[in-house]
Design a protein around this ligand. Structure first.
Ligand SMILES: [Zn+2]
Length: 153
C-alpha cells in the first residue's frame, strides 16, 4: 500500500543471486561467504543504479542477520544469474518506492535486455577485480564453482 492506501502496481525488476563465496583480502587469496549484508545464495531484486555506473547496483533483499528486507548498494560482481521478474511483493515494491533510483528498464523486454547486460558486466567485473592474480587453491569463488574462471586470467 502507498501512503494513501492505493496498492502498488507490480513492477518488472531484475532478480539475481548473491555469490556463495567471494574472493577477499590481499590478492583475493581469502574467501568469504556471501557479502557483509547478504547471505551467499540470497535472492535480491535489483531496483536500479546510479546513472552511468552499473558496477554498483541498488538492491532489495533479506539481510543476513535480521532476515528483514533491506535496501543496499552493492558491487555488481557479487551477483549472478540476473533475470527479469515481475514483482508483486508489497514489501519489495514499498522499498522501491521509498528509495528513488535510476532504472534503465520499464517493460519486460527492457528488463530482460538489462539482465543479460548485467550478467556479462558482473562476470567482467569479477575478472577485472583480481586481474592477473591466481585464484587461491582450492578456490570456491563464483567463477571457479561454476567453471567460468578465465584460464588466461
Ligand atoms: Zn576462484
Amino acid at each position: 500500500m502507498t501512503g494513501d492506501g492505493t496498492p502498488l502496481e507490480p513492477l518488472w525488476l531484475i532478480a539475481a543471486n548473491v555469490v556463495r563465496w567471494r574472493r577477499y583480502g590481499v590478492g583475493g587469496q581469502e574467501l568469504r561467504p556471501g557479502t557483509k549484508s547478504y547471505r551467499g545464495g540470497a535472492k535480491v531484486y535489483v531496483i536500479g543504479s546510479r546513472p552511468g555506473d552499473h558496477e554498483v547496483l541498488t538492491t532489495v533483499g533479506r539481510g543476513r542477520h535480521t532476515c528483514r528486507y533491506i535496501t543496499l548498494d552493492m558491487a555488481t560482481r557479487h551477483l549472478h544469474t540476473f533475470r527479469a521478474t515481475l514483482v508483486h511483493s508489497p514489501a519489495v515494491l514499498r522499498r522501491d518506492a521509498e528509495f528513488p533510483v535510476g532504472r534503465a528498464w520499464g517493460c519486460r523486454e527492457d528488463a530482460e535486455e538489462s539482465a543479460a547486460r548485467l550478467e556479462a558486466l558482473a562476470a567482467e567485473c569479477r575478472g577485472a577485480r583480481w586481474a592477473g592474480v591466481p585464484h587461491p587453491t582450492p578456490c570456491r569463488c563464483h567463477d571457479c564453482l561454476t567453471g567460468g574462471a578465465l584460464t588466461a586470467g
